[in-house]
Design a protein around this ligand. Structure first.
Ligand code: BGC
Length: 733
């Protein structure tokens, strides 16, 4: 038992509002300009800055601009339209305040990168930052100033289709990805014409939707909120994110877009965020459906009071704010406060000095060679090798016949994933294209076998016959792009349609079989995992999908991706995630009255952090710089990793901790460090991690961040299950 009287090592420093250089969005010269501009604005013009409409979804947008009644549009996607509308704003309005154009540049603009879940599987924030940089450059060349990304919602329920859009289940990995993307989109200087403002979303806890059903209710403890769902947002704010999007969901009885606690108390007062908050699409209007507002006017009141600065498509601010201020229901200072935040971001972006986009710039940026090369690199690194029995992979390039089978083999559209902005199927390399390109078209046989979703089995016979003629069958199966993303929750996690039948029948033909999965979420594939020799998880990898898959299949790239999310055996295990609590009765196979299922294993099919390589890495020599440390002390943990296999390769070295006894229950493991390394055969390296109060603390009963004295365990290894283990103790001073 710990000595409770020593327990409360409150680390006040962690509570001070963040004022790191990147996170501080105020600049004295800009604030002075706003001080001069604001008093010159009429109430109508002020409210206009808080209104955003989707271009094409509102009648007569030009007139709205002329009247100063709109400050932003989304879905203006070409530079000509952007410049034309901007000209009205800066030349035909009284004060010439520029518009800000926002778009969903989620994983690329025209050069489509892997979906964010796949990007997280690279565990390579530097690469993810570079891809966001490219997405920004392309989007900016089309007149976009602002992206509604990164989506940083932690998601532990693969039924939720939007799991595809984020970094998976873990707050530490999620925070690393959030930071990388904000830095990538925004660069060092928002005023640089090739950068765009980021908008981490959906604030907050949208990923905890009950039953994995999109837009559903969220009811979680404040600890869960702070320790699981907030960290990626905080990381994004620290990295300097200029805006944030408030979510659709109800959060503990107060919808996220009317939630003063999260939008003001935490975001503004604790974190010192100075950018602006935009609502999700009509999330203000939906406060009526949530049942906290009796009218659109009420909804506008609640949202503005809570801290939502801009109304996306709700028309609540547009219709009611002026009137509410005139009647004295809304103090004008609330409006001024929000307008200041919006103007601040417009100034930071340099829109007052440079409102237009050079229409010629897109020729240099769109699908530039370097962009495609980086997309290929990210696509390769995102692939996770789930199984490789007897070294079936990599395949030899001189095989006499290769059968490429399945509804996703000759498919381009679905490889773009959801939210593919300007992405076009014609830019995509399919898996069939990639394999033909790799070994030449003559030896590649192809059959579709069945559809993605329909249950017809008529094509299966032909596919089996084709497989029989080949040395290997590569089955390309999974989900279509519209099966994940927004409003695409699934109640089943199996392969849809007749695809599992196809896999079973081809496998039964006795040809060595490889399954290549294409999907936007973890799928439940227990039969495949048990029977098929090799499984390649390729998610939706964007324009270079097929090339990256072919590189992995034929050994030109040694896979290094690791799962950013747990793969369940069945939907019935969901939610299943590695950093769960221990319970009072942790599962024990031999003991009935423990926490498990009577009809299924309690363990996942593939754990978080898991992924194989064509080489083998041995972990040894775990070292701790000390075995006792003070609550505010620091500890170095290192381990040697040796490539003992035949090929060069990358490995993601992961560090996990467990606070064994604490005043509140703690997860059985928590990721607290990772590093991607490259080792040639026989090469060895030492990887060192530093642990301190940020990594070892948690929120105590009083919601204070504390490191409590007592025993800790630490693991360094290749995934969340296998690892070297060490122990240390935090001691009272
Ligand atoms: C989505 C957001 C998106 C917005 C604008 C909403 O339906 O939830 O993620 O940014 O639309 O397209």
């Amino acid at each position: 038992m710990k000595e409770r009287r020593y327990a409360a090592w409150v680390l006040l420093a962690l509570f001070l509002p963040i004022r790191s250089f990147a996170g501080d969005l105020t600049r004295p010269e800009i604030e002075r300009k706003i001080d001069q501009l604001l008093p010159r604005m009429t109430l109508e013009e002020k409210v206009g800055q808080l209104v955003q409409y989707s271009y094409g979804r509102v009648p007569n947008p030009e007139e709205l601009i002329r009247q100063g009644m709109v400050g932003s549009f989304l879905n203006v996607r070409d530079v000509e339209t952007a410049n034309r509308l901007q000209a009205i704003a800066v030349r035909e309005t009284r004060l010439g305040i520029p518009l800000i154009f926002g778009n969903d540049v989620i994983h690329g603009c025209r050069t489509i990168f892997p979906i964010p879940l796949a990007e997280a599987a690279t565990w390579n924030p530097d690469l993810v930052r570079r891809c966001a940089r490219i997405a920004a450059r392309e989007a900016a060349s089309l007149g976009t100033h602002w992206t509604f990304a990164p989506m940083v919602d932690i998601a532990r329920d693969p039924r939720w289709g939007r799991i595809a859009e984020g970094a998976g289940e873990d707050p530490f990995l999620g925070a690393a990805m959030a930071r990388a993307k904000v830095e990538g989109f925004q660069g060092d200087d928002l005023a640089d014409p090739e950068t765009i403002a980021a908008c981490p979303k959906h604030y907050v806890a949208y990923g905890a939707a009950l039953g994995g059903r999109d837009y559903n209710t969220v009811d979680i403890s404040e600890w869960e909120l702070r320790e699981t769902y907030l960290p990626p947002f905080r990381a994004a704010v620290e990295a300097g994110a200029a805006t944030i999007m408030s979510a659709f969901n109800d959060l503990n009885g107060v919808p996220a877009s009317a939630n003063r606690f999260t939008l003001t108390r935490i975001l503004r007062e604790e974190w010192g965020f100075e950018g602006f908050v935009v609502s999700d699409w009509d999330a203000i209007g939906e406060l009526v459906n949530h049942g906290v507002a009796s009218s659109l006017e009420d909804a506008a009141f609640l949202a503005l009071r809570a801290g939502v600065d801009m109304d996306m498509m709700g028309s609540a601010y547009h219709r009611h704010l002026v009137d509410m201020v005139r009647r004295g229901r809304v103090p004008e200072e609330w409006v001024d406060r929000s307008v200041r935040r919006v103007l601040r971001v417009k100034y930071l972006l340099g829109l007052f000095d440079r409102p237009f986009t050079d229409p010629k710039r897109q020729q240099r940026t769109i699908l530039a060679r370097e962009h495609l090369d980086t997309a290929l690199q990210e696509a390769r690194e995102a692939i996770v090798l789930l199984k490789n029995e007897g070294g079936l992979l990599p395949l030899r390039k001189d095989l006499a016949r290769v059968a490429v089978i399945g509804p996703l083999a000759d498919n381009r559209t679905d490889l773009l994933g959801s939210w593919s902005m300007e992405g076009r199927a014609e830019d995509v390399i399919s898996v069939l294209d990639g394999i033909r390109e790799k070994i030449g078209p003559q030896r590649v046989l192809h059959a579709r076998g069945c559809g993605i979703k329909d249950s017809s089995t008529t094509g299966i016979e032909e596919a089996v016959a084709l497989a029989r003629q080949a040395n290997v069958a590569i089955l390309v199966v999974g989900e279509s792009a519209d099966m994940s993303g927004e409003a695409a929750s699934r109640a089943y996690l199996d392969l849809p349609g007749a695809q599992l039948d196809l896999v079973k029948r081809v496998w039964a033909a006795g040809v060595p079989t490889v399954v290549v999965l294409i999907n936007g979420r973890p799928l439940a594939i227990p039969w495949i995992a048990e029977h098929v020799g090799a499984i390649v998880e390729s998610w939706q990898l964007g324009v270079q999908h097929g090339r990256a898959v072919a590189d992995v299949l034929f050994g030109d790239y040694n896979p290094s991706g690791k799962l950013p999310v747990t793969f369940p055996r069945t939907v019935g295990q969901v939610p299943i995630y590695y950093n769960h609590k221990n319970t009072g009765r942790p599962p024990l196979a031999t003991e009935k009255y423990t926490s498990k299922y009577i009809d299924e294993d309690w363990q996942p099919l593939y754990p978080f952090g898991y992924g194989l390589s064509y080489t083998n890495f041995r972990y040894e020599n775990l070292q701790l710089s000390q075995t006792k440390l003070l609550p505010f002390g620091r500890l170095l943990v290192s381990a040697d990793v040796v490539n003992i296999g035949p090929r060069a390769g990358e490995e993601v070295v992961q560090l996990y901790i467990r606070d064994v006894v604490a005043s509140r229950t703690r997860p059985v493991r928590e990721l607290r460090g990772f590093r991607k390394i490259y080792l040639r055969p026989g090469e060895r390296t030492t990887v060192t991690f530093e642990l301190g109060p940020h990594e070892l603390g948690f929120y105590n009963g009083q919601m204070e961040w504390v490191v409590e004295p007592g025993e800790f365990r630490v693991w360094v290894g290749p995934n969340s299950v296998e690892a070297l283990e060490g122990r240390f103790e935090v001691v009272s001073p």
